[in-house]
Design a protein around this ligand. Structure first.
Ligand code: KE4
Length: 431
């Protein structure tokens, strides 16, 4: 972005009154030593910035835009709902409809409560797990990001990792002592933690497919191991499916791997781009929530009719278009193109994909945890790659510690053009 662009002028103004000029740190482009462009409009798989530049978008507003931007069914549903009022502060029929859909689609969910962000979803699930078990400690994994919940901003991924602050200031030491942070994909360390204090571990929370330190996968049997050890110790297993939910499969990662958590945090796709999160799971646990139970949790705009209408329209459209099958077709095409470009560039790269989620590590070494991902992110190759792609009209997440998203609006010609740009960027990074 040139210094005299409108985006740069807007960013200067933003920095005067908004911390870092952004309302969420990852948008600041700090990890790629740049500053953000401002978007005027988005449609399908494209963004247009305020200077008129057109970009093929693989950030997808960090996951919600699974149909692409401004899909007609969502726009129509929100417009219609808005004519009848935008918030009531009383229950509305949409809340039951989306709750029923989620209960039907997500294998382990018997009851659900809507909230307004992924952070609220994981925060509430943790409090509920502590209230249900009467225990305090929580196990999380290095590199997994669960939103900016005080007790989970420890060795966190995403923006915390991007900005090198995996342990945020402002979190009392007392909070952090209740969080046990372990490397992902290391069963022995989990066994040791439970041996040392299993009777005080309320829950184990994880992204079943970690996607906030780049994208990597649970080793064979790892999720089943976590399911077994938590059940044996009376601890709850919480899947944070804010990103994987309704994306890697209709029923999320728990459907893909056939492992049933006790609680699931959700968000992003279920809001159709509007502010929504949700948490749900076993009815006997969820019934501990106020007003029936002792665990308090609330929200002025939880179940907001516009957000519910947007989420319902998006989810129904995905089902109608057999979206998960189509996204696998698009993903397969994208992956074969990227792998061919990597081979032609003759470089050491590792490419991970599950469905419509992907990540390119700039290292030939396999990536199974945060340390591997950090090692792969060394050397600054990502920054040059990112900027080459952006200048060529392809917008990837501005950090090596994020995941890319394909959407239903990425057509063959978009993929072909993107692969050409990626090939040029990989070749340039070799020169
Ligand atoms: P929100 O509070 O941002 O809605 O959700 C937090 C969250 C929880 N769990 C997982 C697995 C997540 O990926 C997220 C948020 N994801 C980041 C992108 N890696 C949001 C982008 C941002 O922070 O601006």
């Amino acid at each position: 972005m040139s210094g005299n662009s409108l985006s740069s002028k807007l960013y200067q103004s933003a920095c005067e009154i908004i911390p870092g000029g952004v309302n969420s740190p990852v948008r600041a482009f700090r990890n790629v030593d740049s500053s953000p462009f401002f978007v005027r409009a988005a449609k399908g798989c494209r963004l247009w910035d305020v200077d008129g530049n057109e970009l093929i978008d693989y950030v997808g507003t960090w996951g919600p835009a699974i149909l692409g931007h401004a899909p007609i069914p969502v726009i129509e549903a929100v417009s219609e709902a808005a004519k009848r009022g935008v918030s009531f502060g009383t229950p509305n029929p949409f809340e039951i409809e989306i709750a029923r859909l989620i209960v039907d689609w997500v294998p382990s969910v018997e009851k659900i409560r809507m909230v307004n962000s992924g952070t609220e979803a994981t925060m509430s699930a943790i409090r509920l797990a502590r209230g249900f078990t009467g225990r305090d400690k929580v196990i999380k994994f290095e590199g997994c990001y669960h939103g900016h919940v005080d007790s989970l901003l420890v060795a966190a991924g995403s923006g915390a990792l991007t900005h090198g602050e995996p342990d945020s200031a402002g979190v009392p030491h007392a909070f952090a002592t209740q969080t046990i942070t372990l490397p992902f994909n290391d069963p022995e360390r989990v066994e040791q933690a439970f041996a040392a204090g299993g009777d005080d571990i309320a829950a184990v929370i994880l992204e079943p497919i970690p996607a906030n330190a780049g994208l990597f996968f649970p080793r064979d049997g790892y999720l089943e191991f976590l399911r077994d050890i938590t059940a044996r110790h009376g601890s709850l297993l919480i899947f944070d499916e804010v990103m994987t939910g309704f994306r890697v499969a209709k029923g999320g990662a728990q459907e893909l791997y056939g492992v049933m958590p006790d609680l699931t945090a959700m968000g992003k796709v279920i809001g159709g781009g509007l502010p929504v999160g949700a948490f749900g799971g076993r009815a006997d646990i969820m019934d501990q929530l106020a007003p029936d139970g002792p665990v308090y949790q609330a929200g002025t705009l939880s179940g907001n009719p516009l957000a519910m209408a947007a989420g319902l329209a998006q989810l129904h459209e995905m089902e109608k278009q057999r979206g998960w099958q189509r996204l696998e077709e698009i993903g397969t095409m994208f992956e074969s193109g990227v792998r061919e470009a990597m081979a032609q560039a003759g470089c050491d790269y590792t490419f991970h994909r599950v469905g419509s989620m992907f990540c390119l590590f700039f290292s030939g070494e396999e990536v199974f945890n945060l340390d591997d991902a950090k090692a792969a992110a060394q050397g600054g190759a990502f920054k040059a790659f990112f900027h080459h792609c952006l200048k060529s009209g392809v917008f990837l997440a501005p950090s090596p510690y994020e995941t890319g998203f394909l959407c239903m609006a990425h057509a063959e010609e978009d993929i072909a053009r993107t692969i050409g740009v990626i090939g040029e960027a990989l070749a340039a990074s070799r020169r």
